[in-house]
Design a protein around this ligand. Structure first.
Ligand code: HSE
Length: 417
């Protein structure tokens, strides 16, 4: 029998216990041993829960019990979660987590501590919820040089953007719905502002490129400013708007970015809707491989946590798949040095002068018109491919032009590389 302790009885923690209970026999066969939850640590008690008798308030009960060999950390954040993970690893207990914040911030230290103590620190559930992606990168695709990863990595924002597009739903209602369904972070700003996706692309990139990518250096923009009107223009261009996280190898450096993009409908990511996530990995031998599934929610995330537990029971000595070393942010390309086409919307005082000015300023612009937006003073266009730094300089000159009253939207156009 393998005894597991769960730290944190929230959405994911309770899901882990439910999956282990529900699929006990199948899990026993796959793991080659019975897996049982012995303790659940929380500061609350849960008198109506089927797990009520497993709840403990004192972490020492878990760390001092030699029968507990695997600890599941589903507390979240980097406070108590860090302290307890370190204690568990130093007590030679394997740790499994869904906590991307902790992995992205302290992955190098935690992985090293795990190695020093002869145990595993696994985090399949930290990216893409129930989608297998960490293990495929570490194992199934290990023979490849990975050149890029592109993904929709946040279920909450994808759900919101889908509701806005399909139902014209307002942003606040869609967010409330995502929270009700258990997709959103405790503080949904991490979803909305792109930081959750940022941590996830940092984790995937660190695995794919064999060097630690610090999320703090990744350019990150969220979806707060996206409007239904932007979506109408995107539709006119044969595109949708998605929050896309991407990273690419560029010579000996890495380019990584999280931002909303105008994504052509022909992209395989364009049809990924609601809370679903998808990740396209480009490898030199495999070509494109796409991973798709539920990226958030109680049972999908628990499914990935329990898979890690099973892996450890099967291969307890399989230590050290990831060896991340901190190197500052020097390995990241500056966003201003990257090239992209932009979509720009402006309110013009004088539309024909504004168009002429846009053409002179940006060069190679293509104007976009849609019959659904009935504002004669609005102009919208796409620019040619240009360095972001140059684009910003031009935009700031244009902003001061007398022909313009306001710049309403600036969005990157996604192009396959
Ligand atoms: N808040 C996250 C999301 C949960 O919406 O994708 C899964 O990491």
């Amino acid at each position: 029998m393998t005894n597991v302790a769960i730290l944190g009885y929230g959405v994911v923690g309770s899901g882990v216990s439910e999956v282990i209970r529900r699929n006990r026999e199948n899990i026993r066969i796959k793991a080659g041993d019975e897996i049982s939850v012995k303790y659940i640590l929380d500061i609350r008690d849960f008198p109506d829960s089927p797990d009520r008798d497993l709840i403990v308030f004192d972490p020492d009960v878990i760390f001092n019990d030699p029968e507990v060999s695997i600890v599941v950390e589903t507390i979240g954040g980097t406070g108590a979660a860090y302290e307890f993970t370190m204690r568990a690893l130093k007590s030679r207990k394997h740790v499994v987590t869904s906590n991307k914040e902790l992995v992205a911030a302290y992955g190098p230290e935690l992985l090293q501590t795990a190695r020093e103590n002869g145990v595993n620190y696994l985090f399949e559930a930290s990216v893409g919820g129930g989608i297998p992606i960490i293990r495929p990168l570490n194992q199934c695709l290990a023979a490849n040089e990975i050149s890029s990863i592109t993904g929709i990595l946040n279920g909450t924002t994808n759900y919101i953007l889908t509701q806005m597009k399909k139902k014209g739903e307002d942003y606040t209602n869609a967010l409330r719905e995502a929270q009700k369904n258990g997709y959103a972070e405790a503080n949904p700003a991490a979803d909305i502002d792109g930081f959750d996706a940022c941590r996830k692309i940092a984790i995937l990139s660190s695995i794919a490129y064999n060097e630690f990518v610090d999320y703090r250096g990744i350019y990150t923009e969220g979806i707060k400013n996206i409007t239904i009107e932007d979506m109408v223009y995107a539709d006119e261009m044969g595109a949708v708007i998605k929050l896309v996280a991407l990273s690419r190898r560029e010579n000996d450096r890495i380019f990584a970015r999280v931002s909303p993009v105008v994504l052509p409908k022909s992209s395989p990511l364009a049809n990924v809707e609601d809370e679903f996530n998808a990740i396209v990995v480009k490898g030199d031998a495999v070509g494109d491989a796409m991973f798709y599934g539920r990226g958030a929610g109680k049972l999908p995330t628990a499914s990935a946590v329990v898979a890690d537990i099973i892996d450890i029971v099967r291969h307890p000595g399989d230590i050290g798949r990831n060896n991340w070393v901190r190197n500052g942010n020097n390995n990241l390309v500056d966003i201003d040095d990257t090239e992209t086409r932009m979509f720009v919307r402006m309110k013009a005082k004088d539309p024909s002068r504004a168009k002429e000015m846009a053409q002179n300023a940006f060069g190679g612009v293509e104007f976009v018109r849609t019959g659904k937006i009935n504002d004669e003073n609005e102009i919208a266009f796409t620019t040619e491919n240009m360095k972001e730094g140059r684009f910003k300089r031009i935009l700031s000159d244009v902003r001061n032009s007398e022909a313009i009253s306001d710049i309403t939207s600036v969005l990157r156009i996604f192009e396959e590389k």
